[in-house]
Write a protein that binds this ligand. Structure first.
Ligand code: C5P
Length: 309
């Protein structure tokens, strides 16, 4: 029998939505989605270890270039809830853990930072406790934690349907370079969906559909082919709450980005570059305007255990 590890670290990526098609609110309050997710190379690391004898569960959150003051460190944290959910599912009771989250993904930025931490915590605890839970069962637990947690386990480029939790990988021949602009502050996802509902009060949103043209562009895999097909139905709602994001998008477009849009529910904004060097230049233009940004490739794999040294 193999010796269980003393601590496990899982690295989990941020997500972006190349297309975010949003339909009307369902009877459960969630909105029907037809989305194309992509995992990009901005990562949080989640480390779990068994708590010391007699100690309760602890969570430490450390930020690298991001403000983590609004991240809960109690049972309101989705990563801790992931640990509890997996333990319950496995019949382990409530084993205390020492969890540490190293955050590089902007908080409340529309990039699934909290969701990816939950996906990482599921995988880390599964490994720490030696459970070997099948991936479809982990995906089911992930869906109970949040709509985009299942995608964070899978990564790459994938279709999301239902409320976003039904994930199907799609063919993507490309490797792209993204600039993620961080305008500061956060946006609450429910607030953005609320603004979406108000904008559609007079004319309900149609059932969302994934663009066939977008899927064909991904199969061809060029940034130039992908750029004009980027689409986000939540963008008008995010702009209604944070009108200045319109200026940020315009700055990126004027600086030569191939494609520019709000990321998910915002407020981070995304710019598609033609290559790494172009992405660095775009990031430099944003910096000259006083706007912080990250440069990241995509697609990248989903949550993965970091091999022990
Ligand atoms: O699923 P998750 O917990 O990430 O969703 C956060 C919030 O975003 C939900 O409470 C809901 O207000 C909104 N949401 C939605 N429709 C979706 C996904 C999220 O209305 N498909």
């Amino acid at each position: 029998m193999s010796v269980p590890p003393a601590a496990v670290t899982v690295r989990a990526p941020a997500k972006i939505n190349l297309q975010l098609g949003v339909g009307p609110a369902r009877s459960d309050g969630f909105h029907a989605l037809a989305t194309v997710y992509q995992a990009i190379g901005v990562y949080d690391d989640v480390t779990v270890a068994r708590a010391l004898e007699g100690e309760a569960t602890t969570l430490t959150v450390v930020g690298e270039g991001v403000d983590v003051s609004d991240v809960p460190t109690d049972s309101g944290n989705l990563a801790l809830r992931a640990a509890v959910l997996l333990a319950e599912h496995a019949g382990l009771g409530d084993p205390p853990v020492a969890m540490r989250i190293h955050k590089r993904i902007p908080v409340a930025g529309g990039m699934a930072g909290g969701s990816t931490d939950a996906a990482a915590a599921l995988l880390a605890c599964d490994t720490l406790w030696g459970l070997g839970t099948p991936s479809d069962v982990l995906a089911g637990l992930a869906a109970r934690l949040g709509s985009d947690v299942p995608f964070c386990l899978v990564g790459g480029t994938a279709l999301g349907t239902g409320r976003g939790e039904v994930v199907t990988p799609v063919e993507d021949a490309g490797s792209y370079w993204w600039v993620v602009a961080l305008p500061g502050g956060g946006l609450s996802t429910p607030a953005v969906y609320g603004a979406f509902d108000r904008l559609h009060a007079g004319s309900p949103a149609p059932a969302p559909e994934v663009s066939e043209a977008l899927l064909a562009a991904l199969a061809r895999g060029t940034a130039e082919g992908l750029a004009p097909l980027l689409a986000n139905d939540l963008q008008p709602a995010a702009l209604a709450l944070r009108p200045e994001l319109g200026d940020l998008i315009a700055i990126g477009r004027a600086a030569g980005a191939l494609g520019s849009m709000v990321s998910g529910s915002g407020p981070t904004c995304l710019f598609l570059a033609s290559d790494e060097e172009h992405a660095s230049r775009l990031s430099g233009v944003l910096a000259a305007e006083g706007i912080a940004s990250l440069v990241a490739p995509g697609p990248v794999p989903g949550a993965r255990v970091v091999p022990a040294l």
